[in-house]
Design a binder for this molecule. Sequence first.
Ligand SMILES: *Cc1c(COP(=O)(O)O)cnc(C)c1O
Length: 419
Amino acid sequence: MAEKNLPFSKEQLESIIENHPTPFHIYDEKAMIENARNFKKAFSWNEGFKEYYAIKAAPNPYLMKILREEGFGIDCSSVAELELAKRIGMSGDEIMLTSNDTPAYEFQLAKDLGAIINLDDISHIDFVDKHVGLPDTICMRYNPGSLKEGNVIIGHPEEAKYGFTRDQMIEGYKILKEKGVKHFGIHTMVASNELESSYFVETAELLFNLVVEVYEKTGVKIEFANMGGGIGIPYKPGEKPVDMEFVSAGVKKCYDDIIVKAGLAPLKIFFESGRAITGPYGYLVTKVRHIKKTYKTYAGLDACMTNLMRPALYGAYHHITVMGKENDEANVKYDVTGSLCENNDKFAIDRMLPEIEQDDIVVIHDTGAHGHSMGFNYNGKLKSAELLLRENGDVVEIRRAETIEDYFATLDFDGVKDF
Ligand SMILES: *Cc1c(COP(=O)(O)O)cnc(C)c1O
């Protein structure tokens, strides 16, 4: 994909902006559904295949409802995320809790909802047993350490805080079996925003070999293997998306060679992808407030880090389109900034763009995952609305923008008067 396309025209956006002031995130329902169907279809050979959408990527009940209709479950890692699942009526094995440093009340809520609990540490076996009682089904998160090279964002697995060592996994299944747990899963997640398709095949191979080893050493027959998230998306023009058909074919070969051969089929395959499910289908729509020329040329937007943290946090690339100037020559070098009193509040540094003017509409691409959800209120900046562009072209507000009253909601100004 050399081009970065948009699901709306400049005229369409202008008419949306009449009712919904910038900045806002807007999600493309049609493309999201198409992608969800393709993801599922790629693994149709595996009975019980399920994608648990990592809700932290875009914790909006409307988006989750759309994905649930496509058969997706929800992957939660906090009480608020479990509560979101509960409030839209999800329960049982539709929910997976993959958290770490987990409080007892979070395990309790997960158990109450019948969610699949994925333990992050061997000490959590006793912790869950003592505080909430072990459920019938348990999953454990494997950290392969130096057996697997990590990628840039997640680092090296042996430096990562997540998961059990290999020996602890074996020990864990033994203990859980003795304690009467009946159904078992295995999980790993060793990458973030990984674009190399073969990486996910290697992950499957690693997990499947451990499934066999666990069976040989403990007699436990694992029923599902969760490959985690971390599937990358092409943020930069010219980058290629992960080829899910290739991943599926590679995983199936490992499945046949390892799981079927060991007599351990069927094994359900799960993912808990966030970015690859909604990332490319969200857009941050903003307007240019000021053009400033000092030692560099700045285009100051009405959006800031609050709306999208990734560029400032990771130096991440997000493509930028200046509406109506798509075909103009990109011959001016800009720092595209927000208004925070933080010099890293920049959406792009030294980006070549067509000449920008005040009030131009600027669209920042690929904000459908880890976009709105990551924002903070530092400097009194408020989080924006989220809109959904429906398949029929309608636009629905699926989250209103924060107000100053929301910002002050945790403060008691009457108390200050008497203080
Ligand atoms: C963040 C996270 C995911 C989703 O990651 P993506 O990069 O959005 O696919 C899945 N599982 C766990 C445990 C996570 O922490």
